[in-house]
Design a protein around this ligand. Structure first.
Ligand code: SF4
Length: 366
């Protein structure tokens, strides 16, 4: 099926559901690798219309959730540093570290400001030349270009009191890492937003190595159903392929300007992911040329090895080994009002999605 404006048409969605029901025979586990997909799937009720043969797994696609516990503690150390204004996106504030959270630090007097973009963070640095503004850089290739632009702008402007703590992650190395873990994945619903930057062909090495069905999908219900239908078709027909089902936004090469900006400011480095450990070249270090704006060098703060919160299964949820209802704390000690792990905090977290959209989700299939 070709999509232009039809992706919002309920009639098309119903047709796709009918085709999926008719064509899906083999039990499959499909992973969506994007927090926005996870929320869109829950919000639209797609899980409830799929046949028993299809299990949807939520992968490591929520940027706050995959941020390593050691990085969360590093953020707290930054917030406790004398003279620092910590600028952050809102989702990070309530993520528990090993001893505290940014919310608790703010209540104790730390100067932590929630910003909506790096433009706001740069403006804070301009308005407070006597203070050091540190932006907490969390996210994938979707957000990294704008953070890179802020670092370049600070250098060009001589804004020496602006720096970034880069905890950015690259999606492709994580997909390779998933394929080497003991997790059964029969197909990937690939992230539309990240693909917009890195391009459809960025996944070619993954597909060529593993021959796993891969479909890049958009975020409307029709887009997601189309993606699932294409994955089912590839699996049932034993014709794995790498397909861009979101061509209205994603090109083969992605956004060359955004990638050039990202590459000019960041270089790949090994990085730790919650639930996945250290993954080669999956992080983004700030290059030497911009070291005056690298909060790790400026403040000398380095993430340490920190365990998961006690009893929290976020690490297992992030890689699709467990569903949130399988965590003993789900709906008991852990809820959006009192989150134990990041998957319950983030607006893109799998636990938050289950909690909000599946009130009776205990014991439910993935
Ligand atoms: S329910 Fe809470 S404790 Fe359990 S995995 Fe999710 S966030 Fe962690």
């Amino acid at each position: 099926m070709r999509f232009s404006e039809e992706y919002r048409d309920p009639k098309i969605a119903r047709q796709l559901i009918g085709r999926i029901l008719a064509e899906s025979r083999t039990p499959v586990r499909l992973m969506e690798v994007c927090g926005t997909h996870t929320m869109a799937i829950f919000r639209s009720g797609i899980r409830s219309v799929l046949p028993e043969t299809i299990s949807l797994l939520s992968g490591p696609g929520c940027p706050v959730c995959v941020t390593d516990p050691g990085e969360i503690d590093a953020f707290i150390e930054i917030a406790r540093t004398e003279g620092v204004i910590t600028a952050t996106f809102g989702d990070l504030v309530r993520v528990p570290g090993s001893v505290s959270s940014l919310a608790q630090e703010r209540a104790a007097g730390a100067d932590i400001r929630v910003v909506y973009s790096t433009v706001d963070a740069l403006e804070l640095a301009r308005r407070h030349p006597e203070r050091r503004v540190v932006f907490l850089g969390v996210g994938f290739e979707t957000t990294a270009p704008t953070v890179a632009a802020s670092i370049a702008a600070a250098r060009d402007e001589g804004l020496d009191n602006y720096s970034v703590f880069s905890a950015h992650k690259r999606v492709l190395p994580a997909l390779f890492a998933l394929m080497s873990m003991d997790i059964r994945i029969d197909g990937f619903l690939l992230p539309g937003h990240v693909s917009l930057v890195i391009g459809a062909e960025a996944y070619r090495p993954l597909f060529d190595r593993h021959r796993i069905p891969c479909v890049i999908a958009g975020f409307e219900p029709g887009d997601i159903l189309d993606g699932i239908h294409r994955l089912v078709g590839q699996i049932e027909g034993r014709r794995p392929d790498l397909v861009n089902a979101y061509p209205r936004a994603v090109s083969d090469q992605g956004n060359p300007r955004a990638r050039a900006l990202m590459d000019a400011v960041f270089s790949p480095e090994d990085a730790r992911w919650r639930g996945m450990g250290r993954i080669p070249r999956s992080g983004m270090a700030i290059r030497e040329a911009f070291q005056d704006h690298d909060a790790r060098r400026v403040l000398g703060i380095v993430p340490r090895d920190v365990p998961e919160p006690k009893g929290c299964d976020c690490g297992e949820v992030i890689v699709g080994r467990k569903t949130p209802p399988e965590c003993p704390l789900f709906r008991r000690a852990c809820s959006p009002a009192h989150p134990v792990g990041p998957c319950m905090v983030s607006s893109e977290g799998t636990c938050a999605a289950y909690y909000r959209y599946h009130p009776a989700s205990v014991g439910e299939r993935a």
